[in-house]
Design a protein around this ligand. Sequence first.
Ligand code: AMP
Length: 281
Amino acid sequence: MKTINTIKEIREIVKEWKSKGFSVGFVPTMGYLHEGHKSLIEKASLENDKVIVSIFVNPTQFGPNEDFEKYPRDLEKDEALCNSAGADLIFAPEVIEMYPEGANTLVDVEGLTEGLCGEKRPGHFRGVCIVVSKLFNIVAPHRAYFGEKDAQQLAVIKRMVKDLNFDIDVKGCPIIREEDGLAKSSRNTYLSAEERIAARVLSRSLRKGKEALSQGERDSDNLKDIILQELHSEPLAKIDYVEIVDSSTLKSIKSIDKPILTAIAVFIGKTRLIDNFTFEP
Ligand code: AMP
């Protein structure tokens, strides 16, 4: 397995693979890889002849007061994980390779980006869509793999692929969790020992919500209250949002009579964590 830094090289390799009739799977990441990323790479490797993982901490998707500078990076460890998960190639470009001077094109998906993380992190999805569309054009894979952990991102990318006619099959992959329920995330490494325990409240609150749904609760305000009550029980948790939305439009709903996405974002200390589940009545 090789790590490559230039667009030119990656294009040459993919061209050669395609000329031999190989299918290409692609897993875009920001690195500091964990079991969640690994599950995406393994799925890609099962479904494709060749797998490319990109590792790029994308500056355009971070807000001015967010953690771009301190985002964890460890390319050597990432290479070992990619290798063991069955990847064939890592694409790890420098910022200047992806954003040369003068770059001035934006990619905006409207509607789906208005609420949830889109509302709380202005410009975030624009940055995601710019980098993912560039990566799609550079790698030109047959299939691309994204985690359901970032449910809004997955919905936005699927919309963008449809709207811009990318000939790429976008696949969602289930959330991988720690043993105590916390969704795996590169940002979990920011948590102190005390915060790490407090962070269990995210999955615990969602579990309470799921229990209520399985007992027949169909009012989204009541469901929200149940989740909020659990989150409020943790003093280190500061709620960014708790939303119950239609899983296809991502608009708030009152009565739970169609598939929903329940999504939360919570600060544990300074670390912002997200989690979600979907439910079909
Ligand atoms: P990131 O490196 O955080 O940008 O994530 C890269 C990809 O891995 C995205 O498609 C994420 O949704 C996915 N991912 C991150 N954490 C998890 C997880 N715990 N389970 C499944 N997929 C994940």
